[in-house]
Design a protein around this ligand. Structure first.
Ligand code: HEM
Ligand code: HEM
Length: 124
């Protein structure tokens, strides 16, 4: 997977775009914007960020490796855990708060790993 990590990021990004846009249309049609933060973060952390990760690994192929794969799983599991938890919290289930904390920390860990790769890739 590490050789194709750029393509995997680009492909999963458009899946987040398609699902997030469907969510936006559903939200508009139903006049119920209560899940807006889920929509916003799904698209910004899923569609926009993952596409940028894909372009980065395409531009800096020397950084493709185990670290990039680790980052992929941290970013994706983190986003899904965060989205489910925030969706539950916004639907009157505050007991999902630890899920939001875990999801956020996974996303932060993924960004730290990505920062390491960006600094490694742009050294010269
Ligand atoms: C057909 C596509 C889309 C529809 C119908 C849609 C619909 C909506 C709706 C109804 C809201 C809630 C507005 C409010 O309550 O103030 C919203 C918020 C938002 N959407 Fe979308 N959206 C779409 C695509 C996108 C895309 C592609 C992105 C990101 C690349 C995006 C990012 C956001 C963000 C960041 C917010 C929060 C804005 C704020 O802070 O007020 N949306 N969207
Ligand atoms: C672990 C990562 C993140 C966490 C825990 C987080 C948390 C939050 C919280 C608590 C709010 C306020 C929501 C409200 O008042 O209803 C917010 C708003 C927002 N965040 Fe984030 N955020 C994260 C990452 C990001 C990233 C990476 C972006 C952009 C690429 C972003 C863009 C936004 C935008 C546009 C808003 C205003 C729209 C909204 O209220 O949902 N966030 N975020």
């Amino acid at each position: 997977m590490s050789d194709s990590i750029d393509r995997v990021f680009l492909r999963i990004a458009v899946l987040y775009a398609l699902t997030g846009i469907c969510g936006g249309i559903f939200m508009s049609a139903s006049h119920d914007h209560s899940l807006m933060p889920v929509h916003a973060h799904w698209l910004l952390l899923g569609w926009v960020s993952m596409f940028l990760y894909g372009l980065f690994y395409k531009l800096y192929p020397a950084t493709k490796g185990k670290l990039a794969v680790t980052q992929f799983w941290l970013a994706n599991i983190g986003l899904i855990v965060l989205s489910v938890a925030v969706g539950l919290i916004l639907s009157d289930r505050p007991q999902a708060e630890p899920g939001a904390a875990i999801g956020s920390l996974l996303i932060l860990a993924g960004m730290i790993v990505f920062a390491v790769n960006v600094f490694r890739g742009t050294k010269t």
